[in-house]
Ligand binder design. Structure first.
Ligand SMILES: Cc1cc2nc3c(=O)[nH]c(=O)nc-3n(C[C@H](O)[C@H](O)[C@H](O)COP(=O)(O)OP(=O)(O)OC[C@H]3O[C@@H](n4cnc5c(N)ncnc54)[C@H](O)[C@@H]3O)c2cc1C
Ligand SMILES: *[C@@H]1O[C@H](CO)[C@@H](O)[C@H](O)[C@H]1NC(C)=O
Ligand SMILES: *[C@@H]1O[C@H](CO)[C@@H](O)[C@H](O)[C@H]1NC(C)=O
Ligand SMILES: *[C@@H]1O[C@H](CO)[C@@H](O)[C@H](O)[C@H]1NC(C)=O
Ligand SMILES: *[C@@H]1O[C@H](CO)[C@@H](O)[C@H](O)[C@H]1NC(C)=O
Length: 646
């Protein structure tokens, strides 16, 4: 049954829709959009001097090998977060590598993505607002979201989703990595052993003395001075709302810790981000590895080129990849093919190549090469939602309300690399297990399910967001016309619902169908409601009350019962974009495992899957650190293995 948005919200929207303030707010929006268009242009101009031209070895579509095929040592499919990392590390060792990416270079086509403060543009629940570097996935009629259609952003460009993400850099808890090691039967995935791979990619810069939070604590030994090339730092400007949320979290009994990169998550702090401290631009995999003038001569990048399927010889060895740019051809791999097409398209490509659930393949007329029932199954994800309050501190809302302020901030950002646009708007996190005194509502069955998670694996994450959130359909442009708003949103990080990905057709150009199955289990629903109440508690602390200028703005305190709160959650929930595990890593005895501990696809040879789809579990919190770690670890394994004979 379709349930509508709470009436209070409807009224709010309805009453402003035809009045003078509505016309004013529409005009404001148009002005804002113009300013942002102008800003994008300025960004392009202002950033050109500091971004070196694309490096050698970076071929583009007009350099495609005219009808002839080409042969490389390795063919990496997907120039996203993992793909760029693996391809670059292999090329650094002198291997000839082809990197196949369906999209282009966002630094040129959408320079807005380089600005942290623009991260909320284009990633809302309404797909009509999606950006030009997005695949525009939509999860249709999701039962857990009261049958709403939800946009699932995924980057379509070099950099992949690291060109769209919120830049939060945070590592899993020790117990989460140790669980990974246990599930795949390989101690080299334990926290201790993976630490060197987490460190390898990262060049860390502590909070700088001129920033607004120079005293933010951090643990310098979590980073390695030799790590490179991804930049991790702190936004030059910290959101004022976060400094109040910080006191609120302490007041409800969460302790302050020194960041989220030392294997312990329970606590609260400002989070580190993948932002280049020199100019406060996004450090994506592309910006860090390819765009920074590192000059990898043995790396050939095929942009605007879509992989269609992996080819196998009679011994089930992957020999190359069929691709299509302006025309179709084959990139042959002397050594291996590596799929890094992301959580939705790595399983899609496996299925198109004949590796997947037999019935699905036959249904689409694909000849099965290998029956692999786990391909596309077991999808983990995190959802988020939360209430908004009117506050007295300056927030992100002002950017959309006050064009002059926006222009001032834009100038400040472009010229001095300062101000609110250095911050993606969500810069403060807290993690906890639901405290003991709030667990009476959990049935023994729910407690049993949750007991699977290690002791240091939090169940709930809170994120301080300096803006109105609502149903997140168009986060940047849906800010109320007047007033400042602060939200604390929660993400359920011990989820037990599992979704799936399946083929729409036998053509690579047709996006696969995603069934995220969010909020399907009693455990997820119970945690969601408990977390919502807990957020209200944070806002009711004396620390937070100091900045509140009125009662809860959305959804409103009239929604109190479990059923009412759950319904609000269903009407407003959005994915926090962490889909993973659709080609899960595991042991051979587990029929649903798709890849082994070295990310090699079971049942065939010379084929690996290296991206978020290969996770055996989704660690608590934000996964990009784990994607980079996995890419570094598998690249090291390939580099240290003897070359395969032909
Ligand atoms: C809006 C948003 C916000 C996020 N915020 C955060 C955050 O703050 N912190 C965090 O840690 N994580 C965050 N994430 C999640 C994180 O960014 C992703 O988990 C991670 O980037 C996934 O990396 P990947 O290598 O698996 O896939 P991707 O980076 O998505 O790469 C897949 C690549 O494959 C390409 N591709 C796909 N199919 C084909 C084909 N057939 N042929 C050729 N190329 C193909 C795609 O274009 C893409 O470039 C966020 C994600 C999004 C979308
Ligand atoms: C969000 O709410 C608005 C206003 O009620 C509605 O028009 C829109 O369809 C909703 N979007 C989603 C994705 O739920
Ligand atoms: C990790 O290292 C610590 C300290 O060196 C040690 O106490 C612990 O047992 C190690 N854990 C694993 C899983 O190796
Ligand atoms: C800092 O990080 C190192 C390496 O991850 C870890 O061994 C140490 O315990 C951390 N210190 C604190 C105080 O968390
Ligand atoms: C995927 O999940 C949905 C929802 O649970 C289910 O109806 C469907 O059968 C599943 N599809 C596949 C291919 O597993």
């Amino acid at each position: 049954m379709l349930q509508s948005i709470p009436s209070q919200f409807n009224l709010d929207v309805a009453s402003t829709a035809h009045s003078a303030p509505a016309i004013l707010s529409r005009m404001l929006r148009i002005v804002t959009q113009l300013v942002f268009g102008f800003l994008a242009l300025l960004a392009l101009l202002a950033l050109i001097p500091i971004c070196p031209l694309p490096t050698l070895g970076r071929s583009t579509w007009w350099l495609q090998p005219f009808p002839w095929d080409a042969t490389y040592d390795y063919v990496v499919v997907g120039g996203g977060t993992a793909g760029v990392t693996v391809a670059s590390r292999l090329a650094e060792k002198g291997h000839n590598v082809a990197l196949v990416e369906a999209g282009g270079t966002y630094e040129w086509s959408r320079p807005l993505s380089r600005i942290p403060g623009a991260a909320t543009i284009g990633i809302g629940a309404d797909v009509a607002t999606a950006s030009s570097i997005d695949w525009k996935f939509v999860a249709r009629r999701v039962p857990g979201a009261n049958y709403r259609d939800i946009h699932y952003p995924r980057g379509k460009c070099l950099g992949g989703s690291s060109a769209l993400n919120f830049m939060i850099y945070q590592r899993p808890s020790e117990g989460a990595m140790d669980k990974w090691a246990e599930l795949v039967g390989d101690v080299s995935y334990s926290y201790n052993e993976t630490l060197k791979y987490f460190k390898r990619t990262i060049a860390f810069s502590p909070p700088n003395a001129e920033s607004s939070r120079p005293d933010t604590p951090y643990n310098s030994s979590a980073f390695d001075s030799k790590g490179e090339p991804l930049r991790v730092s702190y936004p030059q400007f910290a959101m004022p709302f976060s400094t109040w949320a910080r006191q609120g979290f302490s007041a409800i009994g969460i302790e302050e810790i020194d960041g989220f990169d030392s294997g312990k998550l329970e606590g609260h702090q400002f989070c580190a981000m993948t932002i280049h401290p020199a100019d406060e631009t996004r450090s994506s995999s592309d910006a860090a590895f390819l765009y920074s003038g590192r000059g990898l001569k043995t790396l050939s990048v095929y942009q605007s080129t879509r992989a269609e399927k992996v080819l196998f010889d009679s011994r089930l060895r992957a020999t190359g990849v069929r691709v299509s740019g302006i025309w179709g051809y084959t990139l042959w791999a002397k050594q291996e093919v590596i799929l890094s097409a992301g959580v939705f398209q790595s399983p899609q490509l496996l299925m198109l190549s004949g590796v997947g659930p037999r019935d699905t393949l036959l249904h689409h007329g694909i000849r099965p090469v290998m029956d692999a029932p786990g391909v596309g199954q077991n999808m983990w994800d995190h959802v988020f939602f939360g209430p908004s309050y009117p506050v007295s501190v300056e927030t992100f809302s002002r950017l959309t309300q006050d064009p002059l302020w926006l222009i001032w901030q834009a100038a400040n950002y472009l010229i001095r690399h300062e101000g609110v646009l250095t911050n993606p708007s969500t810069d403060y996190l807290a993690f906890e297990k639901l405290p003991q005194h709030l667990r009476q509502g959990l049935s023994p069955a729910v407690e049993d399910t949750l007991a699977w998670f290690p002791d240091d694996w939090p169940e709930i994450e809170y994120l301080a967001a300096s803006a109105f959130v609502g149903n997140f359909s168009n986060p940047f442009f849906q800010q109320p016309a007047r007033g400042q708003y602060g939200s604390i949103v929660t993400s359920i990080v011990a989820p037990t619902s599992r979704g799936n990905v399946t083929l729409r057709s036998r053509h690579a150009k047709d996006l696969p169908i995603i069934n995220p199955n969010w909020l399907d289990t009693e455990s997820d629903q119970k945690l969601a409601v408990a977390a919502y109440r807990r957020i209200r508690k944070v806002f009711q602390t004396t620390a937070m009350e100091a900045i509140l200028t009125g009662p809860e703005y959305f959804p409103g305190l009239q929604f109190q019962s479990d059923a009412e709160i759950l319904n609000i959650i269903r009407n407003t929930m959005m994915t926090i974009y962490h889909a993973s595990c659709t080609c899960k890593m595991g042991m051979k005895s587990d029929r649903m495992a798709v890849v082994d501990h070295k990310a090699r696809v079971f049942g065939v040879e010379r084929l690996r899957v290296v991206d978020a789809s290969a996770f055996p579990l989704l660690p608590p919190g934000h996964p990009q650190s784990v994607v980079y770690m996995l890419a570094e670890k598998i690249a090291a394994d390939i580099i240290n293995s003897p070359l395969l004979s032909q």
